[in-house]
Ligand binder design. Structure first.
Ligand code: IVH
Length: 642
């Protein structure tokens, strides 16, 4: 059910908008499980340690049929029977999480941590669209903790790494690391952008319910509206369970998510209880792990690609070879340092593997196979596309072409500009962009808005209708919301979410272009790296010229700014400690944030004020020793009331 939506995305969006309008009018009707509440704005509680109600265990591994048979012999001896039924489940390569519902309403989520104590990721977990915020059962549910795997689909993982590559950020080696990183974003908005998904595979704790076995529990969880894998099967023997493992070892490439094995669990809870657990893992379950899929091939050449930000990335050109179900002929080499570190030379026989089965990577070169004819790779000093200088700033791994007119950079930028999340110009895809640039009909993204219908008819296979459609799509894109335009401009480190934050804060391109480093870092969610990149962007004359051209063409450059309360404390940090009498700590934090300040849980020299309530502890002492201004609750009230 959760896989096959009953309404289209458009219908969903329009219903959400209607709900948002109603909730703005009647805020008292907003419930915690309202779909509008998926992205809360409350990162302050993030990553607080939480103790699990029962330990979150890991699993023992098996790598062969023999090891599975050993497992079976062990447990059948213990149970004194060979009548054991198993449940076989795919072992998803993600991150284990524990989700708590109180009377059917989502209240919190945590990572596994060390099994005893995890991290509070309540707000981030809430962004997972397939996770119901309210369960679908009528009966008394009491406190219910479910456990499962949060993960990124292969498609999302690929997209995320492509974006990171483009931005010159280190790539995630596998979907598990990517999921872990996504869950630990300081802002839930950033987690939401990663489009995590989740499958539930166990009940961790229940105050009101009991079941006789695992299969029955899964059925209940599915009924309750949780996303439970439909690939799970019962097996009446270990041979049958092994058959399940073998068959998924073959078929796993067809799945939309990454799996690294199969989990085999004893179904009966009575038998599970008899078997018990070791210090780390249950004796009643085992993970059958698939062998890593690697291949050897020859590295013929190293090609260079120039991305939107000018990043020059080396790509290995390989003799085609089948790995993990598909033919691989290219692999990313990330950057020059990586090539040196792995001592990879052109002509080497190399071991390749599909990292998380998606992007192929070179694990190592086989030095013993060298003939002496191999060549070392050197990053060229000039861009392979335009001949401009390639510069690698000190301390950075990525080399960039610094020519702002580099055709490769412009080509990538045009495509980004027209893409769906940006200006969404339907019909302006790769081939059209290539032709417009080759025919010198455009030289930058602003030129798109000066194209005539006649110009468009010059595009291969473009008749009247196609030219009309593209012309209209270009016209329509002038009205995109400010956030889309800011994203489309391609400012480094300004992704879709940051663009939203900036649009909301500044309301226009002009206002943003005048912002200082200091002012920008004063905004929640804008760090120094983003701020620097924005200031640099607007400091570049060519960029301001493009913006001016966009403005003259009639591209919308502003939006109504929602009246914000006074931003009196922009750039200042407050720390609250002890119990306050007139409001809770999170209420106080919300007040100062609404006035432009940040709220932090630790005191440093940079803290502007420490507000002390009843029973304030070490933070008070620290504030005193650092000479940070200390306020009582009364003084704090006086300060905010002006
Ligand atoms: S059961 C008591 N079932 O694998 C057993 N784990 O190596 C607890 N995993 O930490 C885990 N898919 O993150 C179980 N269907 C599945 C799973 C699964 C993935 C992960 C989980 C766990 C790790 C153990």
């Amino acid at each position: 059910m959760l896989d096959s939506p009953e309404i289209s995305d458009d219908e969903y969006d329009s219903l959400i908008r209607e709900l948002e309008t109603m909730e703005r009018q009647y805020p008292e009707l907003i419930t915690p499980d309202s779909p509008t509440q998926r992205v809360g704005a409350e990162p302050s509680e993030a990553f607080r340690p939480v103790k699990h109600r029962s330990r979150m265990l890991s699993l023992a591994n098996a790598f062969s049929f023999e090891e599975l048979t050993d497992f079976f012999n062990r447990i059948s001896r213990e149970l004194d029977t060979d009548k054991i039924e198993f449940v076989c489940e795919l072992k998803i390569d993600g991150v284990a999480v524990a989700i708590v519902y109180e009377n059917g309403v989502y209240i919190s989520g945590a990572t596994r941590g060390d099994g005893e104590v995890g991290e509070d990721i309540t707000a981030n977990i809430k962004t997972i669209q397939s996770l119901p915020l309210r369960l679908l059962t009528d009966g008394e549910l009491g406190l219910l903790e479910v456990r499962g795997e949060a993960y990124l689909s292969k498609g999302q993982f690929k997209q995320l790494n492509e974006e990171r590559e483009e931005e010159g950020l280190p790539l995630f080696a596998n979907p598990r690391n990517a999921a872990a990183g996504s869950l630990r974003q300081l802002s839930p908005g950033a987690t939401a952008e990663r489009h995590l998904d989740m499958l539930v595979y166990a009940l961790g704790f229940s105050s009101a319910l009991s079941f006789s076995g695992h299969w029955e529990t899964l059925a209940f969880l599915r009924e309750a509206g949780l996303k439970v894998s439909n690939y799970s099967r019962k097996a009446a023997s270990i041979e049958e369970a092994y058959g399940f493992c073998k068959s998924w070892q073959e078929k796993r490439h067809a799945l939309p998510f990454e799996i690294d094995g199969v989990v085999i669990k004893v179904d009966s809870f009575e038998q599970q209880d008899i078997l018990g657990i070791t210090s780390k893992a249950p004796r009643w379950a085992i993970a059958y792990k698939f062998p890593a899929e690697q291949q050897t091939t020859v590295l013929r050449d190293i090609e260079l690609n120039v991305g939107r930000t000018g990043a020059v990335t080396p790509t290995a050109v390989l003799d085609p070879v089948v790995v993990a179900g598909s033919t691989v002929s290219r692999a990313t080499l990330h950057n020059e340092d990586e090539i040196r570190r792995k001592d990879i030379r052109i002509g080497d026989t190399v071991i390749i593997q599909k990292a998380g089965d998606v992007i192929p990577e070179i694990v190592a070169s086989i030095v013993s196979k060298r003939t002496g004819n191999e060549r070392e790779f050197v990053m060229p000093a000039t861009c392979p596309v335009c001949g401009g200088d390639v510069v690698r700033p000190e301390g950075e791994a990525v080399a960039r072409c610094v020519n702002i007119n580099c055709p490769a950079v412009i080509f990538e930028h045009v495509q980004h500009f027209a893409s769906r999340g940006a200006m969404d110009i339907d019909g302006l895809g790769e081939s059209v962009a290539r032709q417009l640039l080759d025919k010198a009909l455009i030289r930058d993204v602003a030129d798109i808005y000066y194209l005539t219908k006649e110009n468009l008819l010059a595009i291969e296979h473009f008749a009247d209708k196609a030219a009309d459609n593209l012309f209209n799509a270009i016209e329509a894109s002038k009205e995109r919301p400010l956030a889309r335009l800011l994203f489309a401009l391609g400012i480094r480190h300004v992704g879709a979410h940051v663009a939203e934050v900036l649009a909301e804060h500044y309301g226009s391109v002009a206002a943003l272009s005048g912002a200082s480093d200091e002012e920008l870092t004063g905004i929640d969610e804008i760090g120094p790296r983003i701020a620097e990149s924005i200031v640099d962007f607007f400091g570049e004359e060519r960029n301001t010229q493009v913006i001016e051209k966009l403005r003259c063409a009639g591209v919308k450059m502003e939006q109504a700014v929602v009246a914000r309360p006074e931003q009196r404390f922009t750039g200042q940090t407050f720390v609250f400690t002890g119990t306050m009498s007139k409001m809770t700590r999170s209420e106080a934090e919300a007040i100062v944030k609404s006035m432009g300040a940040k709220a932090s849980s630790s005191v440093s020299k940079k803290t502007a004020y420490v507000v002390v309530g009843e029973d304030a502890g070490s933070k008070y002492d620290k504030a005193k020793s650092l000479g940070v201004k200390i306020l009582t609750e009364e003084e704090f009230m006086g300060l905010i009331n002006g």
